[in-house]
Write a protein that binds this ligand. Structure first.
Ligand SMILES: *Cc1c(COP(=O)(O)O)cnc(C)c1O
Length: 377
C-alpha cells in the first residue's frame, strides 16, 4: 500500500471497483445498448492497462483510444473477443500497422475509406472498420456530401467489414440543448442508409439523455467518476489525491507568500507547504483560488502554485492534524473532481488527463494481472 510510500510527494488512489460500478450504472441507464469504454489518453490519466483489465472482467468488449500508438501499447491487455477502435481515424501510412494489429479504425473521410479499402485488397481480406458521420460538431466524420458520394458507388464498402456507424454530440452535457435533438435526427437520416449496421451516438452525457441510446454507448468521463452532465452527479468517485505536508511555519501580519507575493496576510497565519505543484498537473490557475482539506477542515491555497509545491493556510485546522509527512486531501470526499475543475476554470477531463506521473499510484482493488507488465506510456 503506497500510503506508506514516503518516496513520492503525493498519492493518487484509483478505485477500479468504482469504475466498474460506473460502467454498470451506465449500462443500466442505456440498456439495451452495449457500453464501450473510452480509454484514450491512458484512460483519462488513470492507467489504461488497469482500467481495461477491470472492465474486461466486468464484460466490456469494446474499447476506444484516439491513436494507433495507444492501441499498440494496449495490445497485450485487450483479451480475446475484445476489440479496440481508433477515434482519430487512419493516418496516411499507418494502414499496414493498423491491419497487422487488428485495430478497428473509425474512418472519418472518403480518403480514409479509400486507403483502408486498398489495404484490404492488398491483403486480400475484409478489414474491420467503423464509419463516423458529422452530424453538426464539424470536427470529425463524413459530411453529408461525402455520404452521398459514398452511396453513389455502393460497392465502395465491399472490401470492408463495417462494424459500427457513429457520430458525436457537441452539447450532451446540457440535456436542454436543442442540438442534441438535431444531431440525433441527422444521425437517424445517415443511419437509414446503413440499415443493418449497429449505431453509436452517445458519450457519457448522451447516455443520460431521456431517449433511447442506439446500439452502443461510448462512455469516458462517467466511468472515471466525472459528472456526465451539468447538475447532480450520479457517478461514483473513482479518484483520490493526497499530498504530503513538507513544512509548516507561522507568519506575521503583512507577510507575503509564493512567487510574486500575490497573497499577503492581514493577520498572523499558520501555513503548510505541500509537495505537489503544477508539474504534477495541479493547475496553476488554482493559485489563490483552490483549497485542500485536512480531516474535513478547508484550508485555502494561498499564493501562486509552484512547480513542485503549493502552500495552504491551515490557521483554522486543529494543530495536531497537520505535521511534516501528514497527508492532505486534494481529491476525495470533501473536494470532488468537478469542484476542482470549476475552481480551476476548466473541466474534469482536463484535471484527470493532466494528473502527474510523479505520484505514487494505488489501485483499489489491486489488479489481478502482473504489475511488472504495466507499460508506462
Ligand atoms: C472522448 C470521446 C468519447 C467519450 O466522451 P465522454 O464525454 O468522456 O464520455 C466518446 N466519443 C468520442 C468520439 C470521443 O472523442
Amino acid at each position: 500500500m503506497t500510503a506508506s510510500d514516503m518516496t513520492a510527494g503525493a498519492i493518487l488512489g484509483i478505485d477500479l471497483d468504482a469504475i466498474v460500478d460506473n460502467y454498470r450504472l451506465i449500462k443500466q441507464r442505456s440498456a439495451p445498448a452495449a457500453v464501450a469504454a473510452v480509454v484514450k489518453a491512458d484512460a483519462y490519466g488513470l492507467g489504461a492497462m488497469q482500467v481495461v483489465a477491470a472492465l474486461q472482467n466486468a464484460g466490456c468488449r469494446l474499447f476506444f483510444v484516439a491513436h494507433l500508438s495507444e492501441a499498440i501499447a494496449l495490445r497485450e491487455a485487450i483479451g480475446n473477443g475484445a476489440e479496440i477502435a481508433l477515434l482519430n481515424g487512419l493516418q496516411p501510412g499507418a494502414e499496414p500497422a493498423c491491419a497487422e494489429l487488428g485495430a478497428v479504425p473509425v474512418l472519418n473521410s472518403l480518403d480514409q475509406i479509400g486507403r483502408w479499402t486498398e489495404q484490404a485488397e492488398a491483403l486480400n481480406m475484409r478489414l474491420p472498420c467503423m464509419i463516423q458521420f458529422d452530424t453538426g460538431m464539424s470536427r470529425l466524420g463524413l459530411s453529408s456530401d461525402e455520404v452521398q458520394a459514398l452511396l453513389g458507388r455502393r460497392t465502395a464498402l465491399d472490401g470492408l467489414d463495417v462494424r459500427l456507424v457513429m457520430s458525436h454530440l457537441a452539447c450532451a452535457d446540457d440535456p436542454e440543448d436543442p442540438s442534441n435533438r438535431d444531431q440525433a435526427r441527422a444521425f437517424d437520416a445517415f443511419c437509414a442508409h446503413f440499415p443493418d449496421i449497429p449505431r453509436s451516438l452517445d458519450n457519457s452525457g448522451g447516455a443520460m439523455l431521456a431517449r433511447a441510446h442506439y446500439d452502443v454507448v461510448r462512455a469516458g468521463i462517467a466511468l472515471y467518476g466525472g459528472a456526465p452532465q451539468n447538475g447532480p452527479n450520479p457517478m461514483r468517485p473513482a479518484v483520490t489525491l493526497h499530498a504530503r505536508v513538507i513544512q509548516l511555519r507561522t507568519v506575521a501580519a503583512g507577510a507575503g507568500v509564493g512567487y510574486g507575493l500575490t497573497h499577503r496576510f492581514d493577520r498572523p497565519a499558520r501555513l503548510a507547504t505541500l509537495s505537489i505543484g503544477y508539474a504534477d498537473g495541479w493547475p496553476r490557475s488554482l493559485s489563490n483560488r483552490g483549497a485542500a482539506h485536512v480531516a474535513g477542515h478547508r484550508a485555502p491555497i494561498v499564493g501562486r502554485i509552484s512547480m513542485d509545491s503549493l502552500t495552504i493556510d491551515v490557521s483554522n485546522v486543529p494543530e495536531h492534524l497537520v505535521f511534516p509527512g501528514s497527508l492532505v486531501e486534494l481529491l476525495g470526499p470533501h473536494q470532488s473532481l468537478d469542484d476542482v475543475a470549476r475552481d480551476a476554470g476548466t473541466i474534469s477531463y482536463e484535471i484527470l488527463t493532466q494528473l502527474g506521473r510523479r505520484y505514487a499510484r494505488t489501485y483499489l482493488p489491486s489488479p489481478s494481472f502482473d504489475q511488472q507488465k504495466v507499460v508506462q506510456p
